[in-house]
Design a binder for this molecule. Structure first.
Ligand code: COA
Ligand code: AMP
Length: 632
């Protein structure tokens, strides 16, 4: 068996040869003649001249190979008290019928389909049905409100929207249909039709002439065949937060996505075909796209689709039950989930009734994994805890511990080492690589490997500006960190205004845009403050228009309600405070970092460029009313 060092070197010495070899495990309608297409450098594409279909590789080929009776999906939903197993044959039937029904309504290659659904098998069926016919899906997370959905409708201009009638959060049913109707009303673009999956927990009223009931829509539809598309055809667009309220539409190219994801299942996640893999996330995030839907299915695994929470559905033992009951080999979630379990059950009492010896490793990503949580999980579960670092843009891990190749020594707090395809460098402001142990911007030497974003949907200029212009020849990740003497990466912080709340990536800029629309608000700033459970929480500061003398608490409450209403509950925006002035530099830049340091109770130097240091006392007093710094 090759070592990690050998595999990485094999890639480095012949990147194209490496990826052509990996491409052999994919079923091509027409195989690629070569790997990299660089005529538009620094924009790169992979396997462009191939013809291939994602759904065929994720579903049909396994049925053809005799795995039809194997479980493709295990749906486990403590919130509805439902469990169901869907074999590859069942999945093929459901996907092909929905795809046929979509085709009959005129959905074809290149048409966009927005999917707004909770964690139910139909969400995966809808994704696969779109890729089956060459349509481009865009899944919108259920915790986003109507306005966020409207923004995505206007950017993706979908022919059709597929939605669930409701999602289920602990203690409440989230009715999606009014949100969907509101979004369509707000959006300039109107979809031709919608398909609504009626759930008994919250049935929706359908809009005559526009909405189809999924059950009737797909019932007798003819099976659609898989439609071959070119290698660079977008399999999907997934919106993610940037610095402004306009989310970035990350484009996922079909062929590279297939090749890269298949590679990761064995080499990083260490599962063989037929074994059970579980990513406890949501199909609305990239983790859900890559590791609930596509990668496990492409690799012929069984993927667990879990509709519930780590705690409260019904208790802190849910994860252990699912692992033992479904024989999960590799388990992936966000550190927040483990912090939630640890908070509720620090001694691990809820694990006692379950045998989780089937599990080989726990994988954590999506946010910084704090050493306390890692050590706690490792001691309790008795398996290695593997931190790995990646982004919506990349679609698969940049830095990880390649457990299927070789279990490298774990350094707690580091996601370990770059995977093949990734030449990760730490750069100073001038774009020069810095010495080991020195903090800098984390950048990746171009080209990025297969499966990563070739551009942003309808926004090539923004793609160049956001990722390529700052360090020519590199992709700028937006994270800062360092590399140690052994080549291990240490991820420290974002270099932009993106914050990470419970493993969810959110834009403070988007929240500021909402607050700025409050009629009494003249100026505002939103920052991310440290939170023991969720990693970070957003906190908003608003300065009022002259002459407004309504109670400040009332205005703060309205601000909280506006963010919930316009961005969604997932923003977890509950901390807002009115302040006279914001601390700024003499040139007018808001001193966000200093504000964060005050809220976190961190030591800091008053910036030399500050306009009026006295404002910092006002900030201290204001955040004090919210109970920050914690424990002060
Ligand atoms: N649809 C509608 N609302 C949703 C939602 C969805 N799909 N997902 C979350 N929300 C709501 C929640 O109900 C909550 O509403 P509330 O303000 O009324 O309580 C709000 O959005 C914030 O959600 P969240 O930040 O997830 O907090 P929580 O208190 O509900 O749960 C955890 C805390 C730790 C249990 C939860 O965040 C969790 O399981 N995290 C795991 C992280 C994860 O899966 N990340 C995905 C990337 S890998
Ligand atoms: P998303 O695009 O939502 O997956 O968020 C990606 C961002 O989450 C990264 O740019 C990091 O800031 C953060 N992130 C993801 N994984 C890790 C990790 N293992 N350690 C630290 N930060 C992480």
């Amino acid at each position: 068996m090759a070592t990690y060092a050998e595999v990485y070197e094999a890639w480095k010495s012949d990147p194209e040869g490496f990826w052509m070899e990996q491409a052999q495990v994919i079923d091509w309608v027409e195989p690629p003649s070569r790997a990299l297409f660089d005529k538009n450098a620094p924009l790169y594409e992979w396997f462009v001249d191939a013809k291939v279909n994602t759904c065929w590789n994720a579903v049909d080929r396994h049925v053809k190979a005799g795995r039809g009776d194997q479980a493709a999906l295990i749906y486990d939903s403590p919130v509805t008290d439902t469990k169901a197993t869907i074999t590859y044959s069942d999945l093929q039937d459901r996907v092909a019928r929905l795809a046929g029904a979509l085709q009959a309504q005129g959905v074809g290659v290149g048409d966009r389909v927005i999917i707004y659904m909770p964690m139910i098998p139909e969400a995966v069926v809808a994704m696969l049905a779109a890729t089956r016919i060459g349509a481009i899906h865009s899944v919108v997370f259920g915790g986003f409100a109507a306005h966020e959905l409207a923004v995505r409708i206007d950017d993706a201009t979908p022919k059709c929207i597929i939605a669930g009638s409701c999602g289920i959060e602990p203690g409440r049913v989230v009715h999606y249909k009014p949100l969907l109707d509101g979004a369509i009303e707000q959006a300039r673009h109107k979809p031709e039709f919608c398909v609504i999956l009626q759930r008994p927990q919250g049935m929706a009223d359908l809009t005559e002439g526009r909405d189809h009931d999924w059950a009737d829509f797909a019932a007798d539809a003819p099976h659609a065949d898989c439609v071959p598309v070119p290698g660079d055809h977008p399999a999907y667009v997934l919106y993610t937060s940037g610095t402004t309220g306009q989310p970035k539409g990350v484009v996922r190219p079909t062929a590279g996505h297939l090749v890269a994801l298949q590679w990761t299942m064995k080499n990083i996640f260490n599962v063989d075909p037929g074994e059970v893999f579980w990513a406890a996330s949501d199909v609305g995030w990239v983790v859900g796209h890559s590791y609930i839907c596509y990668a496990p299915l492409i690799a012929g695994n069984t993927s667990v689709l879990f509709e519930g929470k780590p705690v409260g559905t019904p208790d802190a033992g849910t994860f252990w039950r699912v692992i033992s009951e479904h024989n999960v080999r590799s388990f992936f979630t966000a550190p927040t989930a483990f912090r939630a379990i640890k908070r509720e059950d620090p001694k691990g009492e809820f694990l006692k009734p379950y045998d989780i010896s089937c599990l080989r490793a726990l994988y954590l990503a999506g946010e910084r994994a704090d050493p306390d949580t890692i050590t706690w999980a490792q001691d309790l579960m008795g398996v290695p805890v593997i931190d790995h670092w990646w982004q919506t843009e990349t679609g698969w891990p940049i830095v990880a511990n390649p457990m299927g190749i070789e279990a490298l020594p774990v350094k707690i707090g580091s996601p370990s080492v770059p995977m093949p395809g990734w030449d990760v460098q730490i750069l100073d402001e001038a774009g020069h690589e810095v010495a080991p142990g020195t903090l800098g911007a984390i950048a990746v030497k171009l080209p990025l490997p297969p499966g990563t974003l070739p551009t942003l949907w309808n926004a090539e200029d923004r793609f160049r500006k956001a990722y390529l212009d700052h360090f020519p020849g590199y992709y700028e990740t937006g994270d800062a960190g360092m590399k140690d003497e052994d080549g291990y990466l240490w991820i420290m912080a974002r270099t932009d205004d993106v914050i990470n709340v419970a493993g969810h990536r959110l834009s403070t800029g988007a929240m500021e845009e909402v607050l700025a629309n409050h009629p009494d608000v003249a100026e505002c700033a939103v920052i991310g403050v440290a939170d023991e459970l969720k990693g970070q929480l957003p906190m908003g500061f608003v300065c009022l228009t002259k002459g407004v003398n309504r109670p400040h608490e009332e205005i703060a409450k309205e601000c909280v309600a506006m963010v919930r209403d316009q961005i969604g509950p997932v923003a977890a925006f509950k901390l807002a405070v009115v302040i006279d002035r914001l601390p700024k530099t003499r040139s007018g830049k808001i001193l966000r970092k200093t504000m964060v340091q005050i809220c976190d109770g961190a030591e800091f130097k008053v910036p030399a460029t500050i306009d009026d240091p006295a404002i910092l006392d006002e900030v201290r007093a204001a955040v004090g009313t919210l109970g920050y710094p914690k424990g002060a």
